[in-house]
Design a protein around this ligand. Sequence first.
Ligand SMILES: Nc1ncnc2c1ncn2[C@@H]1O[C@H](COP(=O)(O)OP(=O)(O)O)[C@@H](O)[C@H]1O
Ligand SMILES: [Mg+2]
Length: 560
Amino acid sequence: MLHPFATDRQIGSVYRVDAEGAEVTLPRAAARPQMHLGQRVPRGEVAEFVVIDVGGFGIVGRIREVWVSANERKRVADGIDPATPIAPLGAVQLLATLRLDGTHIRGIEKYPRLGDPVYSAPPDVLEALISEAAEDGGPRLSIGTLANDDQVSVEIDPSRLFGRHLAVLGATGSGKSWTVAHLAEGIQGIGGNLIIVDATGEFHTLGGSTTHVSVSSTELSLPHTDMDEADLTAFLRPSAGSQLPKLREAIRSLRLAELIGADHPLVDERGLIHKADKRRSDFYDLQTEHADAVERAGSKFNLRLLGEQIECECIWAHDRYNDALFGGPELNGLGYCVSLITRIQDLIQTPEIIEIVSPFTERASVIGAIDSFLADAEKNVLCISLKDLPFVHYMREITVNAIGRHLLSLARSGKFRPNPLVVAVDEAQQFFGRVIGDEIITTRLEHFEAIAKEGRKYGLTVCMATQRPGDLPSGVLSQAGMLLVHRLGHGRDRKYIEEASSELDRSATQLLPGLTPGEAVLVGVDFPVPISVRIAAPLRKPESEGPNYRAGWQASPTQD
Ligand SMILES: Nc1ncnc2c1ncn2[C@@H]1O[C@H](COP(=O)(O)OP(=O)(O)O)[C@@H](O)[C@H]1O
Ligand SMILES: [Mg+2]
């Protein structure tokens, strides 16, 4: 049983009502803040929650504006004399209906009437409103406290927070990474499963049951056998006209060379297949025999030979005099492929790249690391650092896409239904539905977008963090069932959020520019009211290993 209508919490009365809100008197709104028995005495401030006693129900609302009448403004400017109080007024947005047994419903069951008393919402009412009925005993994730009342802790059922994807939004420096770290610690606390795709390496501080891995030329690999056609196309960027078919043929030939071995007469000592002037049927019979493996994206080939093999493919389809033979080199075709061959040669001479994508390595693949993590019941969090991945050739986007594809295929096979998995992706706008290429050929790296659209029914959901929600592919943000919105200035991104989330009512978006680091507005599809939360700081703070100006520059020799 709740007692929201305690006399000492009354802050005013209703004097005007329309369909969206009520206007109320707030006689104490201009008084100095006071503490009583360790609690703030409520007065009626912007963003404060109130309960209006409408007889039998409480209507929960939030104060969105406070003002004084025109003829009292000068007195406010001059400094208020406590002996002759002024009469501030406030506008309250009506949000939900509270029954006195503690249950609540969205929407307004009964509108306030003139003179109805307005109370500052006490902590237990707010807790009842934010948290589900406490009896069900399931685990709760503690997020923090209400921003304007640290007596009220905000604890959320993880299935509500992550069950339909969570978006963590806000400008740079508004607290997104700390929030993700805090959630990661919370997930560990309740024995959940989380994979963090850590673009900058700042989550290396996470402790407890966290496994840290890194994709780089000396640690985990991403062999091209774990890429699909879209990844490979994004990686090598052939033009659609003549380069793409030659690239495909060269890859098929190299796969065949791996399958039949270097001893085969068609394969030279280095592993290339020279078709020129050879009998066509010799080659095509073999290719038909091994068709499955030759066409399969996961089949090995020697990437280091790819440039040269493309050159070998630039031949006439038939010999001029004998149709049964391949022809000789065709220089026009080769000319068209030169830029692709150069790009590939350049790439294989870059150790930071070839060491990651070559399938001929002893090092484990990031895909294998995910499987071992999922098999290890002791570990709750897998943190995959992309810090040492080069920014060239879309290596980062391709790596994340490959991770997404693997997770999605595990999800479709039913793996996460009994034991749901959350994947957190910072800088999500870089990785969701990224389109790569130019006017000639474009590739869409779409697996994370697909997770956002269909992962939920398989128990695979994402926690996407971004400072540029407007750059996410359309439709992704609206899949999120919960938004944690940190400080966000005016402009395009905020408008985008307002549009994408019908739930984020105006009174909540108005708070966004004024939030301090670590404060966020929490909105959810089945969350009764948007609330502003002060998110608890993580025990282990994320820490990017950026350049250290303070220590580095002070230590410079000219200083001594
Ligand atoms: N929950 C929090 N409590 C207190 N301070 C915070 C909190 N979250 C963030 N901050 C402060 O804001 C800074 C930036 O946070 P960070 O998470 O790195 O921002 P973002 O990832 O959005 O760029 C932190 O270094 C910290 O000082
Ligand atoms: Mg960050």
